[in-house]
Design a protein around this ligand. Structure first.
Ligand code: GLA
Length: 386
C-alpha cells in the first residue's frame, strides 16, 4: 500500500473503532477520475478515455444486524437510515451516494443487510473529478465483499450508476463509475459505452518527459444540472432526426445533409459528439504508436468544440486552457461535465511550475477565485486495502 493510503486506512480504522466500539471488517478505496478525452460522448453510446487519479474515497465497513446503515463521513458528518427506507428521491446530500450504492446492490438480489461505515475523501467535491462516483464505488465494493454480489467491475459500475441515476437523481452516463471501478495504474481506459468493452491503453506521461496537470477552477455554475439533462435531450432528438439509434452511429455527411431539419443548435451539439468520438480514437492511435507528444492539438480541439459547439465551458475553464497553452502546455481542455470544475493540461514536466504560475496569474488578472493546480498520475481502480 502507498504510504498515504496506509495512513488514511489507519485513520478510518481508528475512527470506526471509536465510533462503533469494534474494529471494521475491512477497508476499501475507490479513486476519482479525470477524462483525458471523450466528453459528453458516453450517453451517446460513444467512446471515452478516462484515467483514475491518485485521490480516493476510503471506507471502513462492517456488517451489523438488522437493516440500518450508520454512515460517518469525516468531512460531511453523520447519517443513519434504514435500508428499507432508501428509495428514489428519499435520501438527500452525500448519504444518497453511499446508501444508494447499497440499495442498488440489493436490487441485484444480493442478500444485503445493515452496515456501519466510516468514509473519508481527498477527492475535491464538486470539481468534476467524480467524487460522487468514488463514494458509490468504495461503498459498493465494501457491501459486495461483505454480503456478496457480482465480481465484474463493469457490472459493478452499472450498479453504482443506478445509485446515482435513481437515488441521487442525476442522469449521468456510465463513464465515471466505470473509470473508478476498472482503471489500472499506468493506463487510460478506452471504454466503448455501447458494448461496455473496456480496454487498458498504456499512458505514461512521465516516460515521455511530460506531466498531466489538473487545474481545479473551484467554481461550479448553477446551470450545471439542468444543462446536462438538456444536452442529453438535444442529442437524443438529433439522433431521432438523423434516424440512428444514437449519435455514435451518425456521420458528418449525414449531419450536413440534415442541417436544416436539425436546426442550428442541435446541429452543433451533434457535430461535437461525432467529432469528439473521432478524437478519442485518434488519441488512442497516438498512444498506441508511442506519440503522446502529438496528443496536444487533439485536446485543444476538444476544448474548442466543447466551448463553441456544445457550449458547456465557462470563462474560468477557457482562461485556464488559454493560459496553460500560452505557457507551454502541449494541449489543454476542460474535463468532466463542464460549467466549472476542472481543466487538464499536458505539459513538459519541467514546465509544470511555469504553467501553474501562468494559470494562477491569469485568474488573478481576471478577478477569479484562485485555482488549485496539481499533478495527477494514472492510478489503479477501486479495491480492498485491508
Ligand atoms: C459527467 C457524467 C458523465 C459524462 C461527463 C461528460 O461526468 O457523470 O457520465 O457524461 O459528465 O463527459
Amino acid at each position: 500500500m502507498r504510504a498515504e493510503a496506509t495512513a488514511t486506512a489507519a485513520t478510518v480504522r481508528s475512527v470506526f473503532a471509536e465510533r462503533f466500539g469494534r474494529p471494521p471488517e475491512g477497508i476499501w478505496a475507490a479513486p476519482g477520475r479525470v477524462n483525458l478525452i471523450g466528453e459528453h460522448t458516453d450517453y451517446n453510446d460513444g467512446f471515452v478515455l478516462p484515467l483514475a487519479v491518485d485521490r480516493h474515497v476510503t471506507v471502513a465497513a462492517a456488517r451489523r444486524a438488522g437493516d440500518r446503515l450508520r454512515m460517518v463521513s469525516l468531512q460531511q458528518g453523520e447519517e443513519e437510515l434504514r435500508l428499507a427506507d432508501v428509495r428514489p428521491g428519499t435520501v438527500r446530500g452525500w448519504a444518497a451516494y453511499a446508501a444508494g450504492a447499497v440499495w442498488s446492490l440489493a436490487q441485484e438480489g444480493a442478500p444485503v443487510g445493515g452496515l456501519d461505515l466510516v468514509l473519508t475523501s481527498d477527492v475535491p467535491v464538486g470539481s468534476g473529478l467524480s467524487s460522487s462516483a468514488a463514494v458509490e464505488c468504495a461503498t459498493l465494493l465494501a457491501a459486495r465483499d461483505l454480503y456478496g454480489g457480482p465480481e465484474d467491475p463493469v457490472r459493478l459500475a452499472l450498479i453504482a450508476q443506478r445509485a446515482e441515476n435513481d437515488v441521487v437523481g442525476v442522469p449521468c452516463g456510465i463513464m465515471d463509475q466505470t473509470a473508478s471501478m476498472a482503471c489500472t495504474a499506468g493506463h487510460v481506459l478506452l471504454l466503448d459505452c455501447r458494448s461496455l468493452a473496456a480496454e487498458q491503453v498504456p499512458f505514461a506521461p512521465e516516460r515521455a518527459g511530460l506531466a498531466l496537470l489538473v487545474i481545479d477552477t473551484r467554481v461550479s455554475h448553477a446551470l450545471a444540472d439542468g444543462a446536462y439533462a438538456e444536452r442529453r435531450g438535444a442529442c437524443g432528438h438529433a439522433a431521432q432526426v438523423l434516424g440512428v439509434p444514437a449519435l455514435r452511429d451518425a456521420t458528418e455527411d449525414a449531419l450536413e445533409a440534415a442541417r436544416d431539419r436539425l436546426g442550428e443548435t442541435r446541429y452543433r451539439r451533434a457535430r461535437h459528439v461525432i467529432r469528439e468520438n473521432d478524437r478519442v480514437l485518434a488519441v488512442v492511435e497516438l498512444l498506441r504508436g508511442g506519440r503522446l507528444d502529438r496528443v496536444g492539438p487533439v485536446l485543444n480541439a476538444s476544448h474548442a468544440s466543447l466551448r463553441d459547439d456544445y457550449e458547456v465551458s465557462a470563462p474560468e475553464l477557457d482562461t485556464a486552457v488559454d493560459a496553460a497553452v500560452h505557457a507551454g502546455a502541449l494541449g489543454a481542455r476542460m474535463t468532466g461535465a463542464g460549467f466549472g470544475g476542472c481543466a487538464l493540461a499536458l505539459v513538459p514536466a519541467d514546465a509544470a511550475g511555469a504553467v501553474a504560475d501562468a494559470v494562477t496569474a491569469a485568474f488573478a488578472a481576471r478577478g477569479f477565485r484562485m485555482p488549485v493546480v496539481f499533478r495527477v498520475h494514472p492510478s489503479a481502480g477501486a479495491g480492498r486495502l485491508a
